[in-house]
Ligand binder design. Structure first.
Ligand code: ADP
Ligand code: SF4
Ligand code: MG
Length: 389
């Protein structure tokens, strides 16, 4: 059911991303404006344009990553896609059905197909529920298996995320951070979803545990053809999991395209600055690009024209008045008036042997995880570490 009074016109700032032909999830011209009170006594009114016309599609077995600094609107996109909040404008289609136009009962029936994993699994796990009850709840709610099969399905879910069956009798506080994230993943898997939105799923974890959780997510994606919307501020993490990447700045996508092009040939000055800001050990290998200066401007009063012009070393007059549209740029889409002028130099950041130490540790942990996964008894396919922290 659409919200009363929700305008049907398309967003003027719509930015269409080249999405897969058969996208299981398609987001079109999504807008979310939050009315807020401003001024000393809250008498003034303002609008936070948290999401200002983003479009993308994600296919089965694909990971679409959304990256950007804190406050740029990533979690708002997540909440909109999950229909936890109502969009101001735009469509969210699952297998071609617009979720914003469905009646409540129809939406409930489809809800299980879209799941979310949060950064803080503990905050989203009920401390008074045993793991078994917690996993049985979505099975019941979405009527996935008959009552007689629930116990076996709970054991299967635990095994899928690398936990022992006796975990079902325990409470969330008895688990480590990494294990709790495994529980969060098991709960997301319970209703047999097609799409999982992962909102900073490894940001609170140690690097070695991050690798295990990313391996697990990749393994589950391969097994079940899951589509991921993967939200992160960490480019090192994104590089390991993304098929395609979108960079978000103050509610808009400024560059989006295949991960290989994104990391190899970033076009937008913001993307280049983000990549340059990742510290690397050899100074000579640093990209010749200005590192980001200043804070992200307030989303209550974003700069006119290109939102990035207040921090962009290449800004010209046109940038201060004219919104740059997202336009094709050699396999990517980029929103910059000057992208053609700027040298599209390949980023030396990830050159072999000169990697960011965090990345190197991640990769080492991945390699270990893969070896352990290969030795795993029972012929499991995944590179899941047997330590399961
Ligand atoms: N319910 C809300 N009311 C008003 N502003 C909000 C609300 N939720 C988020 N925002 C604002 O929207 C912007 C984007 O927030 P968010 O999506 O959480 O960013 P990110 O996940 O990228 O850090 C921020 O400026 C935030 O303060
Ligand atoms: S449009 Fe102008 S201000 Fe914006 S990123 Fe491009 S050059 Fe910089
Ligand atoms: Mg967030």
């Amino acid at each position: 059911m659409s919200a009363p009074g929700r305008p049907k016109r398309e967003s003027p700032s719509a930015q269409r991303e080249a999405s897969p032909v058969s996208a299981v999830l398609e987001v079109a011209d999504l807008v979310k404006h939050f009315p807020v009170q401003t001024g000393l006594f809250g008498r003034g009114g303002g609008v936070v344009k948290a999401v200002d016309g983003v479009s993308f599609g994600v296919d089965a077995g694909e990971t679409f990553a959304i990256v950007g600094e804190s406050g740029c609107g990533k979690s708002t996109v997540a909440r909109l896609v999950l229909r936890l909040i109502e969009p101001t404008l735009g469509a969210i289609r699952l297998d071609g059905r617009d979720l914003t136009a469905l009646a409540a009962a129809e939406l409930r029936a489809l809800r299980g197909k879209l799941q979310i994993i949060f950064q803080d699994p503990y905050g989203s796990l009920n401390p008074r529920m045993t793991v078994g009850d917690m996993l049985a709840e979505p099975l019941m709610l979405h009527d996935v298996v008959p009552a007689s099969g629930r116990r076996a399905r709970v054991a299967e879910l635990l095994s899928l995320v690398g936990l022992q069956p006796d975990a079902a009798q325990r409470y969330p506080h008895e688990f480590s951070g990494g294990q709790r994230q495994r529980l969060g993943i098991a709960r997301a898997l319970a209703p047999d979803p097609k799409v999982i939105v992962c909102d900073e799923p490894v940001s609170a974890l140690d690097v070695s545990i991050q690798a295990q959780i990313l391996n697990l997510l990749a393994d589950l994606q391969r097994r079940f053809g899951l589509a991921y919307v993967f939200i992160s501020h960490d480019l090192g993490v994104v590089r390991h999991i993304a098929t395609r990447v979108a960079v978000m700045y103050l509610g808009r996508f400024v560059e989006t395209g295949p991960a290989t092009r994104f990391f190899g040939h970033p076009r937008h000055p913001y993307t280049r600055a983000l990549l340059a800001a990742v510290p690397i050990p050899v100074p000579k290998a640093r990209v010749r690009e200005a590192v980001l200066a200043g804070d992200v401007p307030s989303p209550l009063a974003p700069p006119p024209g290109c939102h990035f012009h207040t921090r962009c070393p290449y800004a010209i007059d046109r940038c201060r008045s004219e919104v740059p549209p997202l336009e094709p740029a050699d396999g990517s889409l980029v929103a910059c008036h000057r992208w053609r002028d700027l040298e599209a130099a390949p980023v030396a950041l990830f050159r072999a042997g000169q990697q960011h130490p965090t990345l190197a540790r991640l990769q080492a942990a991945f390699a270990t995880g893969k070896q352990q996964g290969a030795r795993r008894p029972g012929g499991g396919r995944g590179p899941i570490s047997s330590t399961n922290n």
